[in-house]
Design a protein around this ligand. Structure first.
Ligand code: URA
Length: 443
């Protein structure tokens, strides 16, 4: 396929036809378009955007690059959730088993870490033995039997997104509304869903910090979903500070397990319960939000949600004992503390700096082939607004070596700002709800 004229046309502000997008995605997935040409085209899209017809064609072509999950009769409503990417965002690890434990079927296809944000797949892979490369048949059977499967894209499911996602991660081409929308919706639409809930992050740690951009992304994805007969709801949530405390793959799994035991950080649980409430409403399992929330809270309190995670870990080859003994998760050899240099009020905990630190410590990738160190990361105890004394522990550092420890200390010193006065209010945790009928401000 002759790609150069397509790159030039996009670079100069023109558009590609639906047939051109289909041919290009097909050829790239087959390996007939080199990464360097695809990255040039992606960069042109970052700079020039896509017209609506191009976005529709790209999304459909990426979805059609693989097979679709399909289910027989009798399977409960299938609803999934996906996030646009955050720091400390372990919501999927809590929500997938929780939703399944109240009777929602969750065929969850997730991605690896992207940029400074963590990925559900990398987190799951920190559980010894856990497999995310399920075949479509295995995933379908597991959803029918357990109500939930958590897997990555394979050659079978949205393979074009798998390749493009890794390429965007390594070429500075993540931050574009149409590319994010096509990436997320192509793999979600391949899941054969009855409904989809999206967590669109805003704030300094989000790929799209400005709320207007977050809302445009939310509206774009809701429209793509609805036009393809998948009822879609998006909540806009705060990413101006990390979500929960732990950032880093195994550390986040440990926090998710604690959350399913009923001891999750308040902000994490609030986001989980609000997204889960939307899933329950889409599934028709509750009449209103308070009822949906009660069902989810009961499933945590009864231990049903934790047992569902245990069943998933067992079914996917992981060590189920990690649920009782988190010490079985990978542990970094060096554990240190970052202390408050002065007394005062925590003015900011910059998620992007924290996320970049975890990547640099080995918990994420700089190039596509980088291996992941599952054990490293940070447990950030300081929250914006906290009053702290000099010498108080602001964060725990889990490092592989002294280089990682030093790097983490320097990053934490710039990420956590302490000032003399209490800071202004942080962003509301959940600020907007976007549906086919429009945007509702919640805060
Ligand atoms: N999550 C995805 O799956 N794709 C993106 O582009 C961003 C977040």
């Amino acid at each position: 396929m002759f790609v150069i004229p397509l790159i030039q046309r996009k670079r100069d502000g023109g558009s590609l036809t639906g047939d051109e997008w289909r041919a290009l995605v097909h050829a790239y997935a087959r390996g007939d378009v080199p990464d360097y040409q695809m990255s040039a085209l992606l960069m042109a899209v970052v700079c020039r955007g896509l017209e609506e017809h191009e976005l529709a064609a790209l999304t459909d072509a990426m979805c059609a690059s693989g097979a679709r999950l399909s289910f027989g009769p009798g399977v409960p409503p299938r609803i999934d959730k996906h996030s646009t990417g955050g720091v400390g965002d372990k919501v999927s690890l809590v929500l997938a088993p929780l939703a399944a434990s109240i009777g929602i079927a969750v065929p969850m296809i997730s991605g690896r870490g992207l940029g400074h944000t963590g990925g559900t797949l990398d987190k799951l892979l920190s559980i010894p033995g856990f497999r995310v490369d399920l075949s479509l048949d295995d995933a379908r059977r597991q959803v029918e039997r357990l109500g939930v499967a958590m897997l990555g894209q394979t050659e079978e499911i949205a393979p074009a997104d798998r390749k493009l996602y890794a390429l965007r991660d390594a070429t500075g081409t993540v931050e574009a509304i149409p590319l994010m929308a096509a990436s997320i919706m192509s793999k979600k639409l391949a899941e054969g869903l009855d409904g989809l809930v999206l967590d669109v992050k805003r704030g300094s740690g989000a790929f799209l910090p400005a709320v207007e951009d977050g809302l445009t992304l939310a509206r774009t994805m809701v429209r793509l979903g609805e036009e393809r007969h998948c009822p879609t709801v998006a909540l806009v949530t705060a990413m101006d500070r990390p979500l929960g405390r732990s950032c880093g793959n195994a550390l986040e799994v440990a926090e998710a397990i604690e959350a399913l035991r009923g001891h999750g950080p308040q902000d994490l649980m609030e986001v989980v319960l609000q997204l889960g409430g939307e899933m329950a409403l889409l599934a028709g399992l509750a009449d209103d939000r308070p009822a949906a929330r009660r069902r989810l809270e009961d499933a945590v309190a009864s231990g049903a949600a934790l047992e569902k995670l245990r069943a998933v870990v067992e079914a996917q080859g992981g060590d189920p004992l990690v649920l009782d003994e988190p010490g079985r998760l990978p542990r970094a050899p060096l554990i240190g503390e970052h202390l408050a240099p002065v007394a005062g009020h925590v003015a900011a905990v910059e998620p992007r700096v924290i996320g970049e630190a975890v990547v640099a410590m080995g918990g994420g990738r700089h190039v596509m082939e980088d291996p992941i160190d599952p054990a490293v990361g940070l447990v950030v105890r300081a929250r914006p607004g906290d009053r702290v004394e000099r010498g108080a522990v602001l964060a725990e550092i889990h490092a592989r070596d002294e280089r990682g420890m030093a790097l983490a200390r320097a990053s934490l010193a710039s990420a956590i700002a302490i000032g003399p006065e209490p800071p202004g209010a942080p962003l509301p945790l959940v600020s907007h709800r976007v549906t086919a009928s429009g945007v509702e401000a919640l805060a």
